[in-house]
Design a protein around this ligand. Structure first.
Ligand code: 7RM
Length: 633
């Protein structure tokens, strides 16, 4: 794999990737194992949109993880799994062992009727079996749709229905800190409205009593018993679907972002190795959950394609104590640590006492992802975790981009706190104003778009290509629109400012305000609601909900109403979407055409009741004063 190792080298590669993208990516793609070489490197237009990389190439991504290097990598650790409980021994799987387990489970999928192109939902805790499940799907050519195991039954069934999944892979329960979550029970509830699901394969994790529906539910250990550990991988076209991953947008229900095989493979390995500057023997740990794109690209595919050793952690940063992350880094001699700013901020808030007992000298590179990092958190991470010697890679990217887009190359790109710095090779960012006019040069702020395709970009939104076009390719003609605002400073460095649409980022989790509003509105005593983000010290953004009750609700105790609204949101989406603040109001500020004036609600949520602009044209200007008073302003 082509490895950048100087700043000059980076600029050289970047230049080449822009002046001749096809040659640039072909050179990299050639280092992979293709059963048949591709016919055309790239075909594209951003109008339909259509993007095809390495078309006609035949491959299987798991052959590139396993068979491609089995001679040299068989005994290298692939996964080091760390339990939720520090008392349970960790488990190491070498590449050879992981290969056998993937092949065996691929045979289990085949035995259960899974065929190329079928969709399989994965609703599992952070266990090696989650990785095995994903790779086994890829092995047989099935499309995985991983659903974060913190989502509710309702969210799970929405995703299963949208993708018409045939099979669900889950476990009896899940350990998360001091809690034990009965995830099979959640699956049972979800499946009440999922007619396409024929089978459920259940992994035993907690051993609790669960319901097993005869004819539908089978145990993972029974299914694997005696099954061969050899499997011939299904041949895939470069543009065959690899997975679907649902993500929130500004309108409607979450969309199934579709990634395909060849381009995603090439891009995730390339960016993983270059951004992190991974060497043989390094121990890499990404603390994300496998249910998010970060888990897909940088716990599973990127690192395993590169033959690296990945730490996988089942638990949470604060269990059984707030130093757990640092304890794990010491225990496994982690060299590369990749986490979210929200985790850094919350651990920073506990001070240094939980950090100092642990030896963090194995660390070489630190990374962040998921949301803007504030300068203080960056400095704390750099000084107290990296001891001033580890470069920080602040990696900006999205579910839709498949891989990191704007990021330093560790130890090579000079960093600036809170800056994602420079685009990676192959990435051509462009800033536009609200009219779509390009903002050229440095020292500008605008909407972040990308003007040329890269191998791991989304191809469509599952089952609705028009929605993909509308969402990403119609705002600014001929450009992919990210939804983020960005500043390009005097040095040409990029600083992501956050979303410019109705998407909020809570602890690095993406949520649509409309999605949360719809959940709140499901409450029988709620008439309508408006949700906005507001700055939150730990979470980055918190969820602020303004709620108008039905007549019948107005006589209820306000606190009881609020907690009952919270449980509705937990039930409809999951605990990650729970509002931090609920303000019960008599009406929402609306224009004469009935549009909610979110700008006003955002300002009030930020704690700023002044300069609300001209409110005299509102249909109901009097509610603004009431809301300000209610918000304590
Ligand atoms: C990888 C991931 C995507 C949104 C994106 C941004 C925000 C992600 C950074 C960031 C500032 C970063 N995928 N975002 N990384 N903002 N600096 N380094 O998070 O689809 O879940 O979210 O997250 O707003 O559009 S995601």
């Amino acid at each position: 794999m082509l490895r950048i190792n100087t700043l000059g080298g980076y600029f050289h590669e970047y230049q080449k990737s822009v002046s001749n993208p096809e040659d640039f990516w072909s050179d990299i793609a050639q280092t992979f194992y293709w059963r048949k070489k591709w016919d055309t490197t790239l075909e594209w237009n951003f109008e339909e949109p259509k993007v095809e990389w390495f078309k006609g190439g035949k491959l299987n991504i798991t052959e590139n993880i396993f068979e491609r290097r089995m001679f040299t990598h068989a005994d290298r650790p692939a996964i080091i799994w760390e339990s939720n409980s520090p008392d349970e021994p960790s488990i190491t799987l070498t590449y050879k062992q992981l290969h056998e387990k993937v092949c065996q489970f691929a045979n289990v999928l085949l035995k259960n009727g899974v065929q190329k192109g079928d969709r399989v939902a994965i609703y599992l805790p952070m266990l090696p079996e989650a990785t095995i499940a994903m790779l086994a799907c890829a092995r047989v050519g099935a499309v995985h749709s991983v659903v974060f195991a913190g989502f509710s039954a309702n969210s799970l069934s929405d995703r299963i229905i949208d993708a018409e999944c045939k099979l669900v892979l889950t476990s009896d329960g899940s350990y998360r800190g001091g809690k034990n979550i009965g995830i099979k029970t959640i699956v049972d509830e979800a499946l009440e409205r999922c007619p396409t699901v024929e089978k459920v394969i259940v992994l035993k994790r907690t051993g609790e009593a669960i319901n097993m529906t005869p004819g539908r539910d089978v145990w993972w250990h029974d299914e694997t018993e005696g099954v061969s550990t050899e499997n011939k991988a299904q041949e895939m076209d470069s543009e065959d679907m690899l997975f679907i991953l649902y993500t929130s947008g500004s309108t409607g229900k979450p969309k199934g972002v579709v990634h395909t095989t060849g381009g995603y493979m090439v891009y995730t390995q390339y960016t993983f190795e270059n951004v992190f500057q991974i060497d043989a023997g390094d121990i890499y740990w990404c603390s994300a959950d496998i249910g998010w794109i970060t888990g897909h690209s940088y716990i599973v595919y990127g690192p395993l394609l590169s033959g690296s050793t990945v730490v996988m952690f089942e638990g949470i940063p604060t269990y059984p104590h707030v130093g757990r992350f640092w304890e794990i880094i010491e225990k496994h001699k982690v060299t590369h640590f990749y986490t979210a700013p929200t985790a850094i901020r919350s651990l920073q808030a506990s001070g240094l006492d939980p950090v100092t007992p642990f030896n963090l000298s194995s660390l070489k590179v630190l990374g962040t992802v998921g949301e803007p990092i504030n300068v203080e958190a960056w400095q704390w991470y750099h000084t107290h975790i990296g001891k001033g010697k580890c470069p920080i890679v602040d990696t900006w990217w999205q579910t839709e981009t498949g891989g990191m887009m704007i990021s330093p190359i560790a130890g090579i790109t000079p960093t600036k706190p809170a800056y994602a710095t420079l685009p990676l090779p192959g990435i051509q960012p462009i800033l536009v104003d609200s009219e779509g006019k390009e903002l050229k040069g440095n020292g500008v702020e605008g909407n972040l778009c990308i003007k040329f395709p890269w191998p791991s970009m989304l191809r469509t939104t599952y089952g609705d290509h028009e929605r993909c076009r509308q969402t990403y390719f119609s705002t600014y003609k001929g450009l992919y629109f990210t939804g983020d605002g960005v500043k390009r400073d005097e040095d040409g460095y990029y600083r992501i400012l956050g979303r410019v649409d109705d998407v909020i980022n809570v602890s690095g989790h993406r949520l649509g305000t409309a999605e949360v509003e719809n959940a709140i509105n499901e409450h029988p005593l709620v008439n309508e609601s408006a949700v906005v983000g507001y700055p939150h010290d730990i979470k980055g953004q918190g969820i602020y909900a303004y709620v108008v009750l039905e007549k019948d609700g107005q006589s209820h105790d306000k606190d009881a109403m609020k907690s009952s609204i919270i449980s509705t949101v937990n039930k409809i989406i999951g605990p990650i979407a729970k509002p931090d603040k609920i303000l019960i109001v008599s009406g929402l500020p609306k224009t004469r055409s009935g549009k909610i004036m979110r700008r006003i609600l955002r300002k009030i949520a930020e704690g700023d009741g002044s300069n609300l602009g001209d409110i005299t044209t509102l249909l109901n200007p009097e509610v603004v004063e009431e809301i300000k008073v209610g918000a304590g302003l």
